[in-house]
Structures are given as C-alpha cells and as structure tokens.
Write a protein that binds this ligand. Structure first.
Ligand code: ADP
Ligand code: MG
Length: 254
C-alpha cells in the first residue's frame, strides 16, 4: 500500500485552477520531488496534504485513511511531518530545548502524556542533534544560529515527531547552492535509514536529479509527468512547459 495517495485532487481560487485533477502516489521510503514553474500549484498541493487547505474535490489517503479536509494537527498525529516552519518560541530557547519540546509534543500527541520534566528527553534530543551534525551547538541559544544551521535543527525537530511522511516545501529557500546540496543530501541519508517517505520541492535541478528517486512535474495546476530523472530530463512536454523554450536542463541550470 502507498504511504500517500493523492487522487484527482483539485482546488480553485476565484477563477484560477491552482490544482487541477492531480493524482500521484508515494511508496514507503520514497524520496519524491515535486517540481514546476512558479504558480504551478506545488504549495497548494502541499497545503491540502498538510491540512491547511481543504480540497474542492478529490481525495488524499495516508495508507487507507482519507485525510482530505482534516485539521492539520490530526494529520500530524497520523505521522505526516512538515519541516522548516520555525516555532515562534524557537529563538528564546537553546537548540537542545527546541528538540526536547518536539519530543514532548510527540509523546503527548501519540501517547496522551504530559511530561513536564523536559530533561527526560535531553539524551534523545542530543542523539538527534548529533545525527544532523549539530551536537556542538546543543546549549547555544537558537537565535544565534546561522541560517543553514537552523535548517538542520528544524530537521531534527521533524524527526523527533517520528513521521512516516515528511513534507518539505522549498526547504532550501534562501540557501547557497552548496548548502542546498548538503541539506538535501543530509535529509536523504536520514530518511533512507528510517524508511520515511518524503515529498519535497527544490528549485535546483542539479539537486533534484542527484537525489530524487522519482520526480513529478506540475504546470498550471496539472500533473504533466511522473518518472525517474532520466525520463523527466528527456520528456518533451516537461521541457516545453517547464522551460518554455525547449532548452535542456543543463542549459538552464544555476
Ligand atoms: P507554486 O507553489 O507552484 O509556486 P502555488 O500553489 O503557490 O504555486 O499557486 C498556484 C496558483 O494558485 C497561482 O496562480 C497562485 O497565484 C494561486 N494561489 C495560491 N494560493 C492562493 C490564495 N490563497 N488565493 C488566491 N490564489 C492563490
Ligand atoms: Mg510554492
């Protein structure tokens, strides 16, 4: 069974078909890139899956459970994580406290527990920080961190919730090319280890082609291609609609 099934999903804003009859699946442990020009409907698709938007029609299944129109928190409880959304309190706590908060919140969400003794989770939080290469920063205030390091902490926080599916809409926005590559590489290594499925958007085609197991392409709300890197690179429709000019991906890179 697929971890996520999106079936004939549609959403309009006014007269705009932001997402138009889109269907795709994600298998267990699959690292799936969703690409397409600005305004293609990527974020709208993400926001229907995470519960921030209700679809006009179609269905979204996690395993065999329909989640279309469910509240974000209930979807999160089913193991759908989102990265790269910084909590308001983030900066005033230390790095390790932020990860501990996520572990506490996870324990409450899953087990209905409230454990005020945050220190109980410190060791597990330190382990997660080590996995994202941030162990040395554990006791520093989060607000002092460099941008790329914040992204790593956010990843540790997402993993603290033990998701089966991670949604990452433009996780590397604002990062330099080298940092982008390193972050996606790190995400992939960590999720492969855990069998977590990932749906992500990323503007760098080099990064997408290097790391995605499969790529789906949206243009003007419609899914126009679904395949591996080689198939997408050679897809005439993708070149035409995505780049307009029929140029190759190499020519438009960087
Ligand atoms: P992408 O993430 O691929 O850049 P979006 O999903 O953000 O694309 O947007 C798809 C289309 O829907 C665009 O035409 C955008 O202007 C429109 N759109 C997105 N969100 C809203 C909204 N809240 N209200 C009105 N139009 C929206
Ligand atoms: Mg977007």
């Amino acid at each position: 069974m697929s971890v996520l099934s999106v079936r004939s999903l549609s959403k309009t804003f006014g007269g705009v078909h932001a997402v138009n009859d889109v269907s795709f699946d994600i298998g267990k442990g699959e690292f799936l890139a969703l690409i397409g020009p600005n305004g293609a409907g990527k974020s709208t698709t993400f926001n229907m899956i995470n519960g921030q938007l209700t679809p006009d029609s179609g269905d979204i299944l996690i395993g065999d459970k329909s989640i279309a129109g469910m509240a974000p928190r209930d979807i999160w409880r089913l193991g759908v994580g989102r990265t790269f959304q910084v909590a308001a309190t983030f900066g005033s706590m230390t790095v390790v406290e932020n990860v501990q908060m996520a572990l506490i919140s996870h324990a409450r969400g899953i087990l209905g527990l409230w454990r005020p003794a945050a220190s109980l989770h410190r060791e597990r939080a330190l382990e997660l920080l080590a996995q994202v290469g941030m162990a040395d920063a554990a006791d520093r205030p989060s607000r002092e961190l460099a941008y790329g390091d914040v992204k790593r902490i956010e990843l540790a926080i997402a993993l603290a919730n033990d998701p089966q599916l991670l949604l990452m809409d433009e996780p590397t926005a604002g990062m330099a090319p080298r940092e982008r590559n390193d972050l996606i590489k790190l995400v992939k290594a960590l999720v492969v280890e855990r069998g977590i499925s990932v749906l992500f958007t990323e503007h760098s085609m080099d990064v997408v082609f290097s790391y995605a197991d499969r790529i789906i392409v949206l243009a003007r709300g419609r899914l126009i291609a679904d395949g591996n890197a080689a198939a997408i690179r050679d897809n005439a429709k993708v070149r035409e609609v995505y780049f307009g000019t029929g140029k190759t991906f190499q020519e438009t890179a960087s």
